[in-house]
Design a protein around this ligand. Structure first.
Ligand code: 5GP
Length: 182
């Protein structure tokens, strides 16, 4: 049996990681795809686990070699899904979760219409701003840019197969889990 492909988007600071890690803990036939990015590594991140951290030139080589299923630029950095993270797993019956922004999710849906797209939304923009500031990992300029991007992303929620509101990580992970298990 083939695995299912899920593309999960949501604005920066929505709490995707905590919802996704709860969902993944309980499911061994669902795996997380590790993206390539040209963004600098944040404290605590691990190369090959959080992301494959590459230079912009290396990223462009990956595009030229056709190694990426999708890719996009997000707040000045490149992000993309290596095909190697997805194809063999789906063939062997393992489902794959992509944590990707909106342009990438649209590319995935266009290439693979059977992919299931889920938008994880904050209860409101105020909550999002509080979370972004509380994280303390970004400069004021980056926070502003991420909030502007979030406003534009939220307008695209209706184009997703499902929208889940992260008002509480336990509740949201149960709702997302039910979508994964359908
Ligand atoms: P962050 O810099 O906070 O780790 O991620 C920024 C944004 O990039 C998030 O919305 C995340 O979902 C998105 N992202 C991460 N990996 C990929 C990817 O492979 N492709 C695309 N299109 N977006 C990604």
């Amino acid at each position: 049996m083939k695995g299912k492909l899920f593309a999960i988007s949501g604005p920066s600071g929505v709490g995707k990681n905590s919802v996704l890690s709860r969902v993944m803990q309980l499911r061994d036939r669902v795996q997380y795809s590790i993206s390539a990015t040209s963004r600098p590594m944040r404290p605590g991140e691990i190369d090959g686990k959080s992301y494959y951290f590459v230079t912009r030139a290396q990223f462009e080589q990956m595009i030229a070699a056709g190694e990426l299923l999708e890719h996009a630029e997000y707040v000045g950095n490149c992000y993309g899904t290596p095909k190697s993270q997805v194809c063999t797993r789906l063939e062997s019956g393992v489902s794959v979760i992509l944590d990707i922004e909106v342009q990438g999710a649209a590319q995935v849906k266009q290439k693979l219409p059977e992919a299931i797209t889920v938008f994880l939304a904050p209860p409101g923009l105020d909550a999002l701003e509080r979370r972004l500031r509380g994280r303390g990992t970004e400069s004021e300029e980056t926070i502003r840019a991420r909030l502007d991007t979030a406003r534009r992303e939220m307008a695209l929620a209706p184009s997703y197969d499902y929208t889940v509101i992260n008002d509480d990580p336990d509740r949201a992970s149960r709702e997302l889990g039910a979508i994964l298990d359908k």
